[in-house]
Design a protein around this ligand. Structure first.
Ligand code: BGC
Length: 318
């Protein structure tokens, strides 16, 4: 049996046909559409058609950024096309397959928990760092949603009370200091002040380029990742002190920086967290890379829709 998992990001919509055991049998992707729901839905249809054409998928799981309750994306500041939309209903009625929607970082966490770096762990947090900073919390083997299903939004833990504005309406949130845009902003500020770097070549600065330059020894890039990692560690300290997880898994595009980001974060946690709690927690890189979201969404669909008594959306006639 196979399920389709879809991960809607700001840049790409990634999809996978995933077997019951988490094996990815086929993948496809399209450029994303942040503002236009009709165009976004058409791309999802197209993706589902390509992935499922001859495979007879049983259902679709979708991960979307923002505050997602059962089926609907209630607030998505980074993806206005989805704001207030019953995405499960839209995907279900357009494809004729049952569909379920959850937060993108929750789906990454679920993928890592079942098929990645979280296998065998019971209490964990998975942090996803890209355009935003998302998180999924697993307690006692269950994905934590909270009263409205919106938990856990670790990107909006306040780490700087006088910090800059955040997309959530707050200020100084972890995401404003630990994300791809935050890294780019730091490097651009430093270049503007005349700091030397291989990145001062007139090309656009991206978090990926900063990572690559840091790996090549560029001092500004190493310092930038170190400062970013330091703030990450401050955020992780709160999560460790509150949740006492066995593991914190760090994934997303920015996590490709590896130890240059994670070592400063670990140092900060060691210096700040309640030591018995930090000693009980490993901080490790994600294992599934950019497949985590689609794998998690497909396996979530398998569990959620597989258990549902009937189809949530009728199959098309014929
Ligand atoms: C949003 C989260 C999302 C994360 C990654 C954050 O800005 O608040 O809901 O999971 O970005 O996309």
């Amino acid at each position: 049996m196979a399920w389709i998992g879809i991960d809607i990001g700001g840049t790409f919509i990634k999809g996978g046909l995933v077997a019951d055991d988490g094996r990815v049998e086929r993948t496809a992707r399209r450029d994303s559409e942040r503002f236009d729901l009709t165009a976004l839905s058409a791309k999802i249809d197209d993706l589902v058609g390509e992935l499922g054409a001859d495979a007879g998928p049983r259902g679709i799981g979708v991960g979307a950024p923002g505050l997602v309750s059962n089926a609907s994306v209630d607030f998505a500041p980074n993806m206005p096309a989805l704001n207030g939309r019953d995405l499960a209903g839209i995907v279900g009625s357009r494809t004729g397959l049952p569909a379920v929607v959850r937060n993108d970082a929750d789906m990454n966490a679920w993928g890592e928990f079942l098929a990645g770096a979280g296998q065998g762990v019971t209490h964990m947090v998975c942090i996803t760092i890209g355009t935003g900073l998302g998180s999924g919390v697993i307690i006692d083997g269950k994905l934590h949603g909270g009263a409205s299903g919106y938990g856990a939004e670790a990107g909006h833990i306040v780490v700087d009370p006088d910090g800059g504005p955040c997309c959530c309406g707050g200020r100084g949130c972890l995401e404003t200091l630990v994300s791809a845009p935050a890294i780019v902003r730091r490097v651009e500020d430093a270049l503007g002040k005349g700091r030397r770097s291989v990145l001062a070549d007139g090309e656009a600065v991206t978090a990926k380029r900063v990572s690559e330059a840091a790996t090549g020894g560029d001092e500004l890039s190493v310092d930038t990742l170190s400062e970013t990692g330091r703030y990450l560690g401050i955020g992780l300290t709160t999560l460790i002190n509150v949740l006492n997880p066995e593991a914190i898994i760090v994934g997303g595009g920015v996590a490709a920086a590896g130890r240059l980001l994670l070592d400063p974060a670990r140092r900060e946690v060691d210096a700040r967290a309640y030591s018995r709690l930090s000693q009980a927690c490993r901080i490790v890189p994600a294992a599934l890379g950019s497949d985590a979201g689609m794998v998690g969404a497909a396996l979530f669909a398998m569990e959620y829709l597989g258990k549902a008594s009937g189809r949530r959306h009728p199959a098309p006639a014929g």
